[in-house]
Design a protein around this ligand. Structure first.
Ligand code: F6R
Length: 610
């Protein structure tokens, strides 16, 4: 899950690499490093902790030369200390690595037998040893990379440079993403286009077991056997502004505030605003034909994307009336799922790179299921592997905690449910119109909720005194409760559990006392009375209630310490507006507590390892 930047071109690499790493810090932030071929020798600087520590260390350092590699790390093998930071250098070879070398123990044993001096606890350094050992025989970097690729097993993307060859940069991958940016006589090799978008809009996405050979001003893409590959150059139309904070204190806050626009952008391609109908767009296959044939849907995702999938289950089952299962990707891939014929497997992934979700879509394909991916990052690995494609279309999401990707996905799931229902003749034009109108109203409803931010901030300032949190909801609000609890855990490092409100009496009631906060998502829908009864039970046992309801709900308000009001929405769109106060409360609490909101401890945005 680390971030990689390589540069070869006419400019000095230091600032380009550091700038690129800043855009990738969301991928890992426990140490960072840079190496440049400087006056014919490798000049390498590494620092423990955030990228800022590396920047401070090299602020007055001069790096000559035109070739360099940099890395921001999320530790897998070895503690986050400088000795384990990348780049790793062995002899004249330097590498940066993202991923895991699974056969590292064998390799290490072999190397130790041969007397290699291993300086770090990482699996990555071993790759540098293998290349250095090999190049002393071949004197050819490309050949040594190919030979090394035959010896390593795992999930990796690696950049290599050789002190003796300052116009040559090689990259190869099997797993985590690696993308080549092609500029004017300059090349960038990065984990994410964000790291190079300032310099070029032309990118080539590598597939597994492909090698990039940049040498003397030209680039070649090769298979592991050495065959030259013809690769498509993709133009990415993201602007560099999208990866700036634009005056907000944190990316997360900016992204929360971008949600009205993000939702409008996500639904725009699928809606006819004159007739208030949903369009059956061809999204990689003939949508109507395919939706007619399917008799079951599986949603697969991780984390916040999984909670979006849970909302999708309620929507599709109730609107399109076909059975839906949801699975956490890491469970799905190993539980030997049964995928009957005519199953549609839908993966949801903001990054499009989550390792477990990717494995799940591959498994679904092996079983012959139809696949559809909902991603934010076009051309990401999951997007490339799926048969059908829907895009969140929110622009870059930088904050590690997902916000706008979640709500954009919820809006797409409304669309998808109507599309499936429509293809099967199962929805009346009146119901379709009602859902479309509700979706079109979401951006302004979200604006209203955002305008109450000072109340959420005030509520958040009181949350720090609780010892624990139960987030409750019923129906589509249950996944929103789970999402609220996740946001609080990951940002404010406080223990929170999401529960279906009706489950309280089956155990969690025992937890309740006056130090337990109960955050309830209770918009006025069919289930509101039942939710209020569950709250009475919790209140009777001393629990303090923070409730989120529709308009002025007197019953809810009277039993709550804090009552946060939402505009009235349809049951299908309630989750989109109800999640906003939860995002903002967690954000403000974490900020009050002085935590790094954009980069919570131990986390990384794109989880490209199992
Ligand atoms: C939480 C969060 C994570 C991601 C999860 C899946 O705020 O962001 O739980 O939702 O890691 O990531 P994607 O959607 O990129 O597959």
């Amino acid at each position: 899950m680390c971030g990689i930047v390589g540069y070869l071109g006419p400019q000095e690499p230091k600032n380009i690499i550091i700038d690129g790493l800043k855009k990738l810090e969301y991928r890992g932030y426990d140490s960072a490093g840079i190496a440049v071929i400087h006056d014919g020798k490798t000049k390498r600087v590494r620092a423990e902790g955030k990228l800022k520590n590396l920047e401070d260390k090299i602020v007055s350092e001069h790096f000559n030369g035109h070739l360099g590699i940099g890395h921001t790390r999320w530790a897998t093998h070895g503690a986050p200390v400088e000795r384990n930071a990348h780049p790793h250098q062995v002899g004249e070879i330097s590498i940066v690595h993202n991923g895991i070398i699974e056969n590292y123990l064998e390799i290490k044993e072999e190397l130790l037998k041969k007397g290699a001096e291993i300086k770090s606890d990482t699996d990555s350094e071993l790759v540098a040893h293998l290349i250095w050992e090999d190049i002393q025989k071949t004197h050819n970097l490309l050949q040594s990379v190919k030979n090394t690729l035959n010896k390593i097993v795992g999930a990796f993307s690696i950049l290599v440079m050789w002190e003796k060859s300052p116009n040559e940069l090689i990259a190869f991958k099997d797993g985590p993403p690696l993308i080549v940016g092609i500029g004017e006589k300059e090349f960038f090799v990065v984990s994410d286009v964000q790291a190079a978008i300032k310099h070029t809009k032309k990118f080539v996405y590598l597939n597994d077991r492909e090698i990039v050979h940049i040498n003397n001003g030209s680039v070649q893409f090769l298979s592991q056997k050495g065959d030259v590959l013809k690769k498509e150059i993709v133009t990415v139309d993201w602007s560099a502004d999208q990866v700036e904070k634009m005056g907000y204190k944190h990316f997360m806050l900016k992204e929360i505030y971008e949600q009205p626009r993000a939702v409008a952008q996500a639904i725009a391609p699928y809606i006819d605003t004159d007739t208030h109908s949903v369009l059956m767009k061809n999204i990689g296959y003939d949508t109507a034909e395919m939706y007619k044939k399917i008799d079951r849907v599986f949603f697969i995702a991780c984390g916040t994307s999984y909670y979006a999938a849970m909302v999708g289950k309620y929507l599709i089952e109730q609107i399109a009336k076909i059975p839906v299962e949801t699975d956490i990707a890491s469970e799905f891939r190993y539980r030997k799922p049964i995928l009957p014929e005519n199953t549609l497997v839908i993966t949801i992934s903001q990054s499009g790179e989550t390792a477990d979700t990717l494995a799940a879509i591959r498994l679904a394909k092996e079983h012959g299921a139809k696949t559809l991916s909902i991603t934010n990052v076009a051309h990401s690995t999951i997007d490339r592997e799926a048969m059908g494609h829907m895009y969140m279309n929110t622009g870059v999401e930088v904050g590690v905690a997902s916000t706008k990707a979640f709500t954009s996905t919820l809006s797409l799931l409304n669309i998808l449910a109507v599309q499936i229902a429509k293809a099967r003749g199962g929805i009346s034009p009146v119901s379709e119109k009602e859902i479309v109108k509700a979706l079109l109203a979401v951006p302004s409803q979200m604006e209203t909720v955002l305008s109450y931010d000072k109340y959420f901030n005030e509520a958040a300032s009181k949350l720090g005194e609780f010892k624990g949190f139960l987030y409750l909801g019923r129906g589509v609000s249950f996944p929103i409760a789970l999402e609220g609890a996740l946001k609080l855990k990951e940002l404010a490092y406080m223990h929170a559990e999401g529960y279906a409100a009706g489950e309280m009496k089956h155990g969690p009631l025992a937890l309740i006392d006056e130090k337990m906060a109960i955050v309830v998502v209770a918009p006025s829908d069919d289930l509101i009375d039942k939710t209020i009864s569950n709250l009475q039970e919790a209140k009777a046992r001393g629990g303090k209630i923070i409730s989120i309801g529709t308009g002025e709900n007197a019953a809810l308000k009277s039993m709550s310490e804090f009552y946060l009001s939402l505009p009235a929405a349809l049951w299908t769109t309630n989750p989109l507006v109800a999640v906003v106060p939860l995002q903002l409360m967690s954000y403000h609490l974490a900020d009050h507590l002085g935590y790094d909101v954009d980069q919570p401890r131990n986390l990384a945005k794109s989880v490209t390892v199992e």
